[in-house]
Design a protein around this ligand. Structure first.
Ligand SMILES: *Cc1c(COP(=O)(O)O)cnc(C)c1O
Length: 813
């Protein structure tokens, strides 16, 4: 903990407003959703995608009383009683503070960089060296400018070794990271071949990465990457590879079966061998890097071999799965230490749809009943994250259950819990499963997760947030943003997406039918919600749930007015749709005058917006037509406004309009497909597909030429072939037209065609030329635009056709 007065010295602030110089700072915040223990925190208003200055009130309301703002923000200050520091750049200030903090520790810090494998090597070193060292490690894959700062802030004298990842995307970044981390030992992981944007060449990229090692005493690296690279400084080099004369010579790498790889080494005059429980090249390389680090730390070959053999796969991220009884399940049973628990609790805390929060927790490795310090930390964590219910499983934690401020139930082991599971209600709860490997929490997960079908639609909430910001940046400040969550958010699921949009302050949500809006209200969404196709039977819900109907014809206008008669509503918000050429729903321009007459008599209604829809904004050949639509909306809304005597929002542009028609922004735009990561052909906006449909291989067959595959014997083999049956069929929304080679999927990085007809729940792929095993992952639409094209449709249809039985899995990276 530092006093604010001490911290201010580090920032070189432009201006300060300190009311309480003795205020202590222990937590760094930058995202108001993630604030816990606010009283000892400091909020940095970063100007990244979201502007942190817009969340000051939330942070203040949560109890934060220390703020770092950027000077160029000229907002009035409603942060009474708070300490405020104005700096040039909030992120730079945070980094300076972290560098100051890092200097307090003189235990070794391993800095890891590379293009791939950073997180795995970090997590594995943690697994491998934990018996001897108290290791602090970067959370998750926190390796960016912000991520590294947050990582380093966790250093404390509880530890005697730290492992920190560093990642970069452009030139100049590594120097900033190096200045914060000041690693004492450097590890270079896989460099990769992909030429990343942000760098002129691979050499430039390597050069930039090497900046991390400017002050290390030893650098550990695969020789092949730096063979021709001149290191501009002289750290001890610990190189490894197949060549002779390296610090660690790799004699041989041999796959022994489908799970293990045997590697023999020559080191310091001796040979030894390890069995790595992986067979893929990347993980073998990662494992050798770990061996090298352990040798550098003086471990014996025999100890290394014993531990490497038990390496566990690393869960790269947390997932939110749909549970039974409207619950959500976060399954995180890969490792269970206090740092990992904190990350998982933070993730739990961030999920908004089910306010009832439950944790199922096993004993934590290394924490015994007399480990007072760790138990105190656990107690603090449990109360910070406001859990509603705790289930403790094991020999240790149940004995101290009464110390925790959360209602708890205890069981001696997982079997005992499973036997009693029916007595526990998971309804409407978000449940975090956090258990050590030996507790086999996957057995609990199987019981709680709702559908057993293995095809999943993974929705990357970070990608979604990114896309939202990309489109936002195209818009002038005054233009409002309506986002489309119709059709189950283009197949991606409702609350989770709406929740994220609400946090990101979009102005409106739009659904197709009132029921969708009712569900969102039930899930705690308070944003205005427009219903695009209301009908008489939905008016009751519209009024009761405060939804806003689109009024597109006299019939719907009259029946709504009729419905409102005698009800105690005033100025009920409506949205008037005008048909400027799409010829779907809407008042024709020549009906506007009559509409004005009726609206003037209907003071019970209030026009919130008037809008239209572009029929062909993405087609250049129709540019004239599009312009005419824009002009027509302009003209009609002017008449409407004059006629009813007050103003309202006007809007016409959807995704393609946002990209191509800046003159069509009016007062608001309606973002749909772009949010989910699909933009106009040929446009290179930095958006990412937010949902990825994945399935896996059920069975592999080796078949002779001339055999046939599937119904009607349509899949004729022209050569001896390897065929994979996978778990997706037309009942999941995989169109039958993808059969017989029309569809292509991605298996282990290779595109492969379907073979034979698509079945209801399965289909077959020709994987003759690919290394693939049963249960391997398959990406169904490696490129959704070309998949759509292959069957003559559009990405919209593919996304919204993914059936409800396909599990939606949400994650933040
Ligand atoms: C679906 C829809 C949108 C969004 O369109 P995208 O092309 O997905 O951005 C906008 N406005 C209306 C009226 C819609 O029906």
């Amino acid at each position: 903990m530092y006093k604010i007065s001490e911290i201010v010295q580090v920032f070189h602030p432009n201006r300060t407003f300190i009311t309480d110089p003795n205020s202590f700072v222990q937590h760094l915040f930058y995202d108001s959703r993630k604030i816990v223990q606010a009283d000892n925190g400091i909020f940095f208003a970063l100007q990244k995608n979201r502007d942190g200055h817009h969340y000051l009130k939330e942070a203040y309301a949560k109890g934060v009383r220390n703020f770092v703002l950027q000077v160029d923000e000229q907002q009035e200050i409603e942060l009474s009683g708070a300490n405020i520091v104005w700096v040039e750049d909030s992120l730079v200030a945070m980094q300076a503070l972290v560098a100051f903090h890092r200097q307090k520790f003189d235990y070794p810090i391993i800095g890891i960089t590379g293009s791939n494998g950073k997180t795995i090597v970090k997590e594995w070193l943690f697994q491998l060296m934990s018996p001897e060292y108290k290791i602090y490690r970067s959370p998750k894959s926190y390796n960016s400018q912000l991520g590294v700062a947050l990582s380093l802030w966790g250093l404390s004298d509880e530890y005697n070794l730290a492992i920190i990842e560093a990642g970069i995307s452009e030139k100049g970044e590594m120097t900033r990271l190096e200045q914060m981390i000041k690693p004492t030992i450097g590890v270079l992981t896989n460099i990769g071949v992909a030429h990343k944007t942000g760098f002129e060449s691979k050499a430039e990229k390597i050069d930039e990465k090497l900046q991390l090692f400017t002050h290390v005493e030893t650098i550990i690296f695969p020789y092949s990457y730096l063979e021709n690279v001149q290191l501009p400084y002289r750290p001890r080099k610990f190189s490894w590879g197949l060549e002779e004369g390296l610090s660690l010579e790799v004699y041989s790498i041999k796959q022994i079966n489908d799970r293990f790889t045997l590697i023999t080494f020559y080191y310091a005059g001796r040979t030894f061998a390890v069995e790595v429980p992986f067979v893929d090249k990347g993980n073998v390389e990662n494992a050798i890097n770990c061996v090298a680090v352990m040798l550098r730390f003086g471990y014996e070959g025999a100890v290394i071999a014993a531990r490497i053999k038990n390496l566990q796969p690393v869960a790269m991220r947390l997932e939110l799965k749909k549970g039974k009884n409207n619950s959500s399940i976060i399954d995180d049973s890969y490792s269970n230490d206090l740092d990992a628990l904190q990350i998982a609790l933070e993730f739990l805390n961030q999920q908004g749809q089910n306010p009832f929060k439950m944790l199922i927790l096993s004993d934590i490795s290394g924490v015994s009943i007399d480990d007072v310090k760790s138990l105190a930390k656990l107690k603090r964590l449990l109360s910070e994250y406001h859990l509603d219910q705790l289930i403790l499983i094991g020999e240790v934690l149940p004995k101290v259950a009464s110390q925790f401020d959360v209602p708890s139930i205890s069981y001696v082991d997982t079997t005992a819990f499973l036997a009693d599971m029916r007595s526990v209600s998971f309804e409407n709860a978000t449940v975090l499963l956090k258990g050590g490997r030996e507790f086999h929490f996957e057995r609990i997960s199987r019981q709680l997760v709702s559908k057993s079908h293995d095809t999943v639609l993974e929705i990357n909430l970070n990608a979604l947030e990114n896309n939202l910001n990309v489109y936002r940046q195209l818009l002038p400040k005054h233009v409002k943003l309506m986002t489309m969550v119709k059709a189950f958010s283009y197949g991606s699921g409702s609350f989770e997406i709406a929740n994220l949009l609400q946090f990101n302050r979009v102005d409106y949500l739009t659904v197709a039918f009132a029921d969708e809006g009712v569900d969102l209200r039930g899930a705690g969404i308070t944003l205005p919600i427009v219903v695009m196709s209301p009908d008489e039977s939905s008016f009751e819900s519209i009024v009761q749930y405060n939804l806003e109907p689109e009024i597109y014809s006299f019939r719907i206008l009259f029946s709504f007015l009729n419905f409102l008669k005698g009800k105690e509503v005033i100025s009920f918000p409506i949205h008037v749709k005008i048909d400027t050429g799409m010829h779907r729903l809407g008042f024709m321009p020549d009906e506007v005058d009559q509409l004005i007459t009726f609206l003037n008599k209907a003071s019970i209604l209030k026009v919130k917006s008037a809008f239209s829809h572009l029929a062909s904004a993405g087609n250049e050949k129709d540019n004239e037509f599009t312009q005419r639509q824009i002009d027509l909306l302009n003209e009609c809304t002017r008449r409407l406004q004059d006629g009813i005597g007050y103003s309202f929002l006007r809007h016409i542009a959807a995704t393609s309009g946002i990209e191509l028609w800046p003159n069509a922004y009016f007062d608001m735009v309606r973002l749909g497909i772009g949010l989910y990561g699909v933009d106009i052909e040929g446009h290179d906006l930095p958006i990412r597909e937010a949902s990825i449909l994945k399935t896996n291989v059920t069975q592999i067959k080796y078949l002779a030429a001339s055999e046939t595959v599937g119904y009607n014997r349509h899949g004729v083999l022209h050569r001896d072939s390897k065929i994979a049956t996978i778990k997706i069929g037309y009942a999941d929304g995989y169109d039958r037209r993808f059969g017989n080679g029309v569809g292509q999927m991605m298996v282990n990085g290779v595109l492969v065609p379907t073979i034979g007809d698509i079945c209801m729940d399965m289909c077959m792929l020709d994987v003759t030329d690919v290394e693939v095993g049963e249960e391997d992952e398959v990406i169904v639409y490696p490129d959704i635009k070309s998949s759509a094209k292959a069957i003559g449709t559009i990405p919209y249809e593919l996304l919204t056709s993914i059936s409800q039985r396909v599990k939606r899995v949400y994650f933040y990276e």
